[in-house]
Write a protein that binds this ligand. Structure first.
Ligand code: SF4
Ligand code: SF4
Length: 75
């Protein structure tokens, strides 16, 4: 089974909460700590529930969320 690296770039996030509201699995939440720009960034509060549907990536107006498949290299 493929594994994925999920990343929210805190510096880009403006804390709009669109990703939080669109996620079908209620994985995301907004942090209680501000980032360098004074916004409360989104984070994966329940990463074990993520189905890597990428709806949050599509929704984010600031392109802050990336999901990359991890390619296992043969030794
Ligand atoms: S990839 Fe899908 S399930 Fe995972 S956090 Fe984003 S919207 Fe939610
Ligand atoms: S949609 Fe993007 S900018 Fe808005 S809270 Fe989510 S990651 Fe941050």
């Amino acid at each position: 089974m493929a594994s994925y690296n999920y990343h929210i770039d805190e510096k880009r996030c403006k804390g709009c909460g669109l990703c939080v509201s669109i996620c079908p699995k209620s994985v995301l939440d907004v942090s209680r700590e501000v980032n360098a720009n004074g916004y409360f960034p989104a984070y994966q509060a329940r990463p074990e529930d993520c189905v890597t549907c990428a709806m949050c990536c599509t929704m984010c107006p600031d392109v802050a969320i990336t999901i990359n498949e991890i390619i296992e290299q043969a030794a």
